[in-house]
Design a protein around this ligand. Structure first.
Ligand code: SF4
Length: 332
């Protein structure tokens, strides 16, 4: 597929360009690539190198994104490319994010056709995931537009490090997002991700109310698991909407981090703290029996989950069967 001229950049003097897709605002001379490695200045214009370059494609349970309140129990076709605008040393998908894996050319038209065919296998649409979706922004935007025209859902699993204008152009095309809030302290973002917390918070605040949003925080021992930090994260989310689901995920050693996995007790303690502020808090990457959703009004079991096995036990037409309460933040 030919290289595609990027959106959201400014031409500067002496053939330099300034990328305005994400808050890094890379200033690039002729021939230079951005921090994400997938946007390059050629002849004073910014080009994207990974338009339609699919490095990984699979049919996944929607719970794997994780999205627990968006068509629970359904499947979704999922793809990623290569490159990232963060540099997390514990990245679980570093072979896509920080290396250059083999890819296949898949146009937005072909992707939409494949997504349409996957409906027969229980898929509701397409998830842009595995690596950071905003760094193949133009492709995601074009494909999401076609998916919408075809009546299919589009999902982003993102680090939220994107500027306001590109985000606001994309949001009307996106049906759900899982946004990683990697920590609720800016030191963590600066030290490990080479990003800033405030920019991620701004993305969450813009997305809530425009699309379905769930949040994931990977808890890493000694880095972002202090009770006061969990409390502050949950309180901020509750101020946006206490029904936003928060997924507290277990860290496992990966890439450059070799410290031990997060103890289950740390996750359980964090869940209890977050539950003081939020209605729905789940634990991820833990071989536990249950991660159920219960009615916040009467306690009735609504959705029973065992890893990726999902059963609707108590929801009918968006209401609790037992007490009739509306469960506004579950889309079925
Ligand atoms: S998208 Fe890439 S090139 Fe653009 S500002 Fe971000 S890291 Fe730099």
């Amino acid at each position: 597929m030919p290289e595609v001229e990027a959106s959201f950049y400014e031409k500067m003097e002496e053939q330099r360009v300034k990328c305005e897709l994400c808050p890094h605002h890379c200033m690039l001379k002729e021939g230079q690539s951005g921090l994400c490695r997938v946007r390059v200045n050629k002849g004073g214009k910014l080009f994207t190198l990974n338009y339609g370059q699919v490095a990984s494609l699979a049919l996944d349970p929607i719970e794997k994104k994780p999205l627990y309140h968006f068509f629970p129990g359904s499947m979704i076709l999922s793809a990623g490319t290569f490159g990232c605008n963060f540099f997390c040393p514990y990245c679980q998908n570093y072979s896509l994010a920080q290396e250059k894996p083999p890819t296949r050319d898949i146009s937005p038209e072909l992707l939409t056709e494949v997504a349409r065919q996957s409906v027969d296998d229980g898929s509701i649409g397409f998830a842009f995931t595995y690596n950071e979706p905003t760094i193949w922004y133009e492709y995601v935007r074009d494909a999401a537009f076609m998916l919408k025209e075809a009546g299919l859902k589009s999902v982003l699993v993102t680090n939220g490090y994107i500027e306001k204008d590109p985000l606001e152009e994309l949001l009307p095309l996106v049906d759900a997002m899982n946004i990683d809030v990697k920590a609720f302290n800016d030191d963590f973002y600066r030290k490990h991700c080479k990003g800033r917390l405030e920019a991620v918070k701004a993305t969450v605040e813009r997305a809530v109310g425009m699309t379905h949003v769930e949040i994931t925080t990977l808890l890493i021992p000694g880095e972002n698991d202090e009770p006061a930090e969990i409390k502050a994260l949950a309180r901020w989310l509750a101020g946006l909407n206490p029904q936003i689901p928060l997924h507290l995920s277990r860290y496992h050693p990966a890439f450059k981090f070799s410290r031990e996995a997060t103890p289950a007790a740390t996750l359980e303690r964090a869940r209890e703290i977050a539950r003081e502020e939020l209605d729905f808090v789940y634990m991820g990457n833990l071989q536990q029996e249950e991660n159920n959703t219960c009615c916040r009004a009467c306690g009735e079991l609504l959705i029973k989950r065992n890893i990726y096995q999902v059963e609707n036990r108590g929801l009918r037409e968006g209401k609790c069967k037992a007490c009739g309460s509306s469960i506004a933040y579950i889309i079925c």
